[in-house]
Design a binder for this molecule. Structure first.
Ligand code: ADP
Ligand code: MG
Length: 310
């Protein structure tokens, strides 16, 4: 349905996106996962025709999107990373405003507004001014306005950043329903591995403007089929211990965070003895240590040597 080839965007000297190839089949829910600054927003701005690419092609159902932007726009919904609604208006007024832009009116418009408000769970607060909403509610109304014209393809740019866990769950379940029940094709951008893991069939992992891996979640985790993750919790991290871990044969990546070390190690290497010995040498107290099955986060760590949230 969507086919992007060789996409590139430069801003003066910054290469924001380079060599991006991706495709989305009708009805799929596809994740674009990467840390801040990876080039996710720039990529989707180009797909949604808001930003002209420096290079590359974008086709939707076989048609060149860059040459015929007016054909994609009516069937595309975009939920921008920054909330783009009128804070001084009520949710209802915002939806009415956007609905009219899309050419709805009268009872049809009214019905659509109530249907979407129900979907995003804001029916009872619709008359309240958006500025009085919580962060999570603002995010939900931001999604609501993108749904007013019944898009068949929805692009969401980090729609859960900076909100409470309850709102986040609400949004995630909603996205799942939009895809599963309403059959809307979704491109979901995030730097939260768990979200993409929960919502998406296929995933593109992006870093420094490039796609560094792609596939189904299972395919991506198979990248680590010969490796496993060891998580060590310590009383306090020490540089000397880190240095020993990094130089240890069989330990392929080391990430540190708070009181934890996360290691990607070759499977089958008996490393626990070495790790305890290194901790003893450097006077680091190990509080717990466990081996875990790889996650998409570990795939990112394996590929880049960094954690997704760095
Ligand atoms: N309008 C712009 N002008 C200059 N640089 C930009 C602009 N938009 C994005 N960038 C740069 O492009 C890179 C990718 O940004 P972005 O696409 O926003 O990443 P992400 O959405 O993954 O966080 C970053 O280095 C960012 O600073
Ligand atoms: Mg972004």
């Amino acid at each position: 349905m969507l086919e992007v080839k060789n996409l590139k965007k430069t801003f003066k000297k910054t290469v924001a996106v380079e060599d991006v190839d991706l495709y989305i089949e009708e009805g799929e829910s596809v994740g674009l996962l990467g840390p801040n600054g990876a080039g996710k927003s720039t990529t989707i701005s180009m797909i949604s025709t808001l930003l002209p690419p420096t290079k590359g092609t974008i086709k939707y159902k076989g048609k060149d999107v860059l040459k015929n932007p007016d054909e994609l726009r009516p069937i595309l919904g975009v939920v921008p990373q920054d909330i783009a609604i009128y804070g001084e208006l009520s949710a209802y007024a915002n939806m009415k405003f956007f609905g009219k832009i899309y050419g709805l009116s009268g009872s049809q418009l009214e019905k659509k507004i109530q249907e979407i408000l129900e979907l995003v769970g804001l029916s009872d607060r619709q008359k309240d001014v958006v500025d009085t909403y919580s962060g999570g509610m603002k995010r939900r109304i931001n999604i609501a306005v993108a749904l007013m014209h019944n898009p068949e393809f929805l692009i969401m740019d980090e729609p859960t950043v900076g909100i409470d866990p309850q709102s986040r769950n609400y949004i995630l379940n909603m996205v799942k329903r939009l895809n599963g029940e309403k059959g809307i094709t979704i491109l979901y951008t995030s730097h939260y591995m768990e979200e993409v893991e929960k919502l998406c069939d296929r995933v593109y992992i992006m870093d420094h403007g490039r796609i560094i891996a792609s596939g189904t979640k299972e395919e991506l985790k198979n990248i680590l089929s010969n490796e496993e993750t060891i998580v060590i919790e310590v009383a306090e991290r020490k540089q000397a211990f880190t240095d020993l871990l990094v130089s240890q044969k069989g330990i392929n990546q080391v990430a540190e965070e708070e009181n934890n070390y996360q290691l990607i190690v070759s499977k089958g290497d008996q490393l626990l003895g070495e790790i305890f010995e290194q901790a003893r040498q450097t006077n680091v107290k190990i509080k717990s240590i466990h081996i875990q099955t790889p996650t998409l986060e570990d795939v990112f760590l394996h590929l880049t040597g960094r954690k997704l949230r760095d």
